[in-house]
Design a protein around this ligand. Structure first.
Ligand code: TXA
Ligand code: MG
Length: 308
């Protein structure tokens, strides 16, 4: 039995496994089992009111759990990929209450990563999976990082390489007349606006429509971070972008100032710098400015939540 089959068997037996996706690693369990999904909350130390994303292998599988009859087919064209849609649950949906935290909607995604796809096909179940990290901390985009969080306690399907997108999926609520972005990601507001030929709203803390997770502290390393840094201060480690901080930093998110490359590297480099800062007693990690356009919007969103 290979690792994917072993993981599928564990999921079908009500256990939790870690698997890579193209965005970040997921901590997955059978989305139809309350007892299995409760384990996810315990392991992550996640507040019970914060619902989970359900991963499916195909649109046909999503149609068995949620009402997708009103979704714009142009959105469905973006699957598989780094997009999560919040849609109404079907009245007799097999998804358990622990996943939705009692809401009448469910967040769904079809991941494109081949390991995630094979796992979903192999277990023939929808998999509920938040990012594989302790609640509030950085999401994981490489094997070393999930191993650091879970110290070989949870079965892991290794990826060998890092996650190709590196930031969590864009979450779009399509239960309202105007779609609302609940979390920025690879698919930006501008892209979705052009793609759908529709206005797209963006949720904030005061909106009617929110993701419960928006209100929680997030994406934080143990070490303090300082944003928009132009120079290093004493006892700081630096994370460069383009030429800013380049000469004084060990890591550059993207020497050529490419935002997609920066997103791929962000959590991995922060993880390594955080470990180093904790070991050697540095006070903070200084991060060069990231331009506020395209994927930079999602990167800055994560960084500002990490520095709150
Ligand atoms: O890329 C991703 O989305 C990764 C990979 C593993 O798929 N998953 C991920 O899950 O980032 P998590 O749990 O870290 O973030 C899920 C977010 C939370 O903020 C949660 O509040 C929101 O989705 N959410 C889940 N169900 C929702 C619903 N029915 N309505 C509104 N927000 C929801
Ligand atoms: Mg998360």
């Amino acid at each position: 039995m290979n690792k994917i089959e072993q993981a599928a068997r564990l999921i079908n037996n009500g256990e939790v496994v870690i698997f890579p996706t193209e965005t970040v690693y997921g901590l997955g369990a059978d989305a139809t089992s309350d007892s299995a999904c409760r384990k996810i909350y315990q392991i992550k130390n996640r507040p019970g009111h914060n619902p989970l994303i359900v991963h499916c292998d195909s649109i046909e599988s999503i149609a068995k759990i949620a009402n997708i009859s009103k979704i714009d087919p142009k959105l469905i064209d973006l699957w598989p990929g780094p997009l999560t849609l919040v849609v109404p649950l079907l009245p007799n949906s097999p998804i358990c209450q622990t996943v939705t935290a009692g809401l009448s909607t469910v967040a769904c995604r079809i991941p494109s990563n081949p390991i995630a796809q094979q796992l979903l096909q192999s277990c023939q179940k929808p998999i509920a999976a938040p990012s594989a990290n302790i609640s509030g901390r950085l999401s994981s985009t490489c094997d070393a990082q999930v191993k650091d969080y879970f110290a070989n306690k949870i079965f892991l399907i290794e990826n060998d390489d890092h996650c190709s997108i590196g930031l969590e999926s864009t979450i779009l609520d399509v239960t309202t007349t105007e779609p609302v972005i609940l979390r920025h990601g690879f698919y930006t507001r501008e892209f979705l606006h052009k793609h759908l030929q529709k206005d797209i709203a963006v949720a904030n803390k005061d909106s009617k429509v929110i993701a419960p997770g928006m209100l929680l502290k997030h994406y934080a390393p143990k070490t303090k971070i300082r944003l928009n840094a132009q120079q290093l201060r004493p006892m700081e480690l630096g994370l460069a972008f383009g030429q800013v901080l380049d000469e004084v930093s060990q890591f550059n998110l993207s020497k050529q100032s490419k935002l997609e490359e920066a997103a791929q590297n962000l959590y991995r480099y922060l993880f390594i710098l955080d470990q180093k800062a904790q070991e050697l007693g540095y006070n903070s990690i200084a991060i060069a400015p990231i331009p506020q356009h395209d994927l930079g919007i999602a990167i800055n969103d994560r960084l500002s939540k990490a520095s709150e």
